[in-house]
Design a protein around this ligand. Sequence first.
Ligand code: UDP
Length: 384
Amino acid sequence: MIRIVCVVGARPNFVKIAPLVRHIKEAWSDTFEATLVHTGQHYDEKLSQVFFEELQIPQPDVNLGVGSGTATRQIAEIMQRFEEVLLWKKPDRVVVVGDVNSTLAAALAAEKMGIPVAHVEAGLRSFDRAMPEETNRVLTDRLSDLLFATEESAVQNLLNEGVEKDRIFWVGNLMIDALISHAQEAERSTILREMNVAAQQYALVTLHRPSNVDTPEGMGRILTILSGVEKQIRILFPIHPRTRGRMEEFGLASAIRALQNVTLCEPVGYLDFIRLMRDAKVVLTDSGGIQEETTALGIPCLTLRENTERPVTITEGTNLLTGTDPERVLAAVIDILEGRGKRGKVPTLWDGQAARRIVRVLQSRSTRREPSQEVPLSTTLPRS
Ligand code: UDP
């Protein structure tokens, strides 16, 4: 058996781990003994539990229950609690995904114990160190011995940083595996009816990056953008809890709620969100994953940031970087409404087979051993 521990902590992680865990269970259960650890970084029902249900991810074997806090606190807490799991499980390898604090914390704890780390979604770079995720990406890649890349630019970034070629694997995109395998189910979503909108008659908005929502100026610009765009097309805006908190804090919540053609709601579940993306006229976002999903779906996407770590969505996909200048964003929306939107193609290897490729590498790069004699967890870690 090859013993691996997979770590998740936040919404985008759940989407990425689902196809991997599923493929191992369906095709490799006699080879891998997989443990799933949830750090508890996202604990909100709408950001966590709903994804386990809809993506049929097995309940985590351990929940570290770290909750919210500053980045330093979160990373330190995860490292301490995760170390106990590693002492208990003694895995052959730890698998981390994405770029959140949980990704870095788990990789660092594993590396300190001499356990090899595989990083899924390695090599993405925005080259913007003001973005908290960028540090997580760079450091996690440094700590990992197997690096799984979603796009060619990521492979090139790793090579430029001196990573040996034989540790880099261009395997495709787990998030797109999940999208492809749930597209049909999302057809049954009733979200459009519930929100009383028709296909192609709305813009879908999601925002949660600190650069957009953590300052009154940034949030003020978002308000100006929304009030310009709502005059052109109805807006649906599922609000991330972080963004909602900032809106209240900066006294802008009532102004946003007063916009007649903007419908605000809680974050929606995965299947409803796929449906909302698929039927949108345009998506405005600062999310990493949503830039990729819209490219895979062929839906125009405007990214309200100055840079992206996912350049293939620009060079090949439907994504356009607009920044947050309200006039620029409005002009881009009007272009799309008037049929001058960008068309794209689905990037290489975004074919729903990334999990297969990753597991094959994990298998070929590990040594099998006898099934584990389970040692009981000797600590008070909260088990989920
Ligand atoms: N998502 C969702 N409901 C929402 C907003 C997003 O299910 O209300 C999904 C989206 O389809 C994608 C993931 O959450 O799979 C992206 O997460 P997020 O934007 O939080 O993270 P990022 O990709 O920016 O790291």
